[in-house]
Ligand binder design. Structure first.
Ligand SMILES: Nc1ncnc2c1ncn2[C@@H]1O[C@H](COP(=O)(O)OP(=O)(O)OP(=O)(O)O)[C@@H](O)[C@H]1O
Ligand SMILES: [Mg+2]
Length: 265
């Protein structure tokens, strides 16, 4: 479903502050893989997801989604394959629009602008069912402005919007990091449920090592713009946080440095 081959990406090339963020990344994901991504600050995790989404072009290498070579495709063109949720709850939704308008927008993604804005009763029924599944009481608030929702409610809605069309690839960049611990757990469990229900191929960056072990069928660790550790199946399930720290030290020759990761419970 995803093939990344030998991808390099640098910022500020040729200046004293040049940063080589991706240094030959290779990654192959099978359909239905749910991969958690961890690593120190500046390891290249977000850059890898941004490279896949086409936020910028890469200097070298090749990116394929479900067999389509998207390496030279612009962000809006490959958006049809990808659902994304970021850390900032304000990013994925339109705050001055209603809940149902946001969902309709997500449903019409990739369609012509001239497409009718009317929401059919069938669509409304579908939205109610989806919102019921979140168990946040949003199903009775279809015409509430999204800007009035809490961060957790808004992130849950963003998740619905990102997955409503069953994307070939779901990219989550610390999407629960800005939420309080209880809400974060709820949104994370919701994420897990949606992913397994639709067998979505997913990359989820998290700063919480326990979550990285608990969720998904595979875990990758990044450092210095490379994938330095890749573990799946039973071996992943049996990992402990201490194993991850040891692996990091062995593979990188240094201590694991990620302020948020070290503080996460
Ligand atoms: N747009 C940009 N311009 C310049 N440098 C950038 C840009 N985006 C990322 N970088 C640099 O590339 C490196 C990798 O950053 P990236 O955001 O991918 O790290 P990360 O692994 O997501 O870290 P964190 O855990 O802190 O989110 C960092 O040194 C960062 O400063
Ligand atoms: Mg990041």
């Amino acid at each position: 479903m995803l093939d990344i081959t030998n991808v390099y990406k640098s910022f500020n090339i040729g200046t004293p502050v040049q940063k080589d963020a991706l240094n030959g990344v290779n990654l192959h994901l099978d359909k239905g893989d749910f991969v958690t991504v961890i690593g120190g600050n500046g390891a290249g995790k977000s850059t890898m997801l941004n490279a896949i989404a086409g936020v910028f072009s890469v200097e070298k290498g090749n990116i394929k989604i479900d067999g389509h070579d998207v390496t030279r495709e612009q962000e809006f063109k490959r958006a049809k394959y990808i659902g994304r949720v970021f850390q900032d709850p304000l990013k994925g939704t339109a705050g001055d629009m209603w809940i149902e308008e946001n969902l309709a927008l997500a449903l019409r993604r990739g369609k012509r602008r001239s497409f009718s804005w009317g929401i059919s009763s069938k669509e409304r029924e579908m939205f109610v069912e989806l919102l019921k599944g979140l168990d946040l009481g949003l199903e009775s608030r279809l015409s509430a402005k999204v800007g009035l929702l809490s961060g957790g409610q808004r992130q849950a809605l963003t998740l619905l919007m990102a997955t409503i069309k069953e994307p070939k690839l779901l990219l989550l960049d610390e999407h629960t990091a800005a939420l309080d611990p209880k809400t974060a757990k709820k949104v994370l469990d919701m994420t897990d449920e949606i992913i397994s229900r639709s067998h979505l191929t997913t990359l989820m960056i998290t700063h919480n090592m326990k979550d990285a072990i608990k969720y998904g069928n595979r875990l990758i660790m990044m450092d210095g713009g490379k994938i330095i550790y890749d573990v799946s199946g039973e071996e992943k399930k049996n990992l402990h946080v201490s194993d991850l720290l040891l692996k990091f030290e062995q593979a990188s020759g240094g201590e694991f440095a990620n302020d948020r990761m070290m503080l996460a419970k």
